[in-house]
Design a protein around this ligand. Sequence first.
Ligand code: NI
Length: 169
Amino acid sequence: MIYPIVKFGDPVLEKPAATVTDFDDELRKLADDMFESMYAAHGVGLAAPQIGISKRIAVIDVTFKEDPNAKIVLVNPEIVHTEGRISSNEGCLSLPEFREKVTRPKRVTARAQDLHGKTIEVSGEELLARALLHETDHLNGKLYIHHVSALKRDLIKRKIRKLMKQGEW
Ligand code: NI
């Protein structure tokens, strides 16, 4: 099932999501639906709050279907190691049309659980590192615009308010 993507302005995006405790068929169905919804929206990462479900689960595929082994599901993730710094343009399906340069660690390790509740560690650099950080942020109620200057953030928010008034958001 393809879910519509929740956009900035919906409070679900700015509150910490609930820890997942049931590793059942329902969770596996949710992960499948999240991949389907992410691909339909042309994204490489998606967190459950972005489809209106406030649970700590995110999916990532930085190859966008090229490599089936690149599909990652993170349940209850936390970032346990970061290294280096790199600036790159970043976007988010919940903030369509906007992109900003964001400085983040270059190499990252996340610890999470898989769909069966087993503890896993995922390490990545550059785009994958960025995705691990970006999606884990979502589960903590944080968006990438929290990492840009207050000036830029306010400008983005103003533009969004204008789009909302025009019924285009
Ligand atoms: Ni995002």
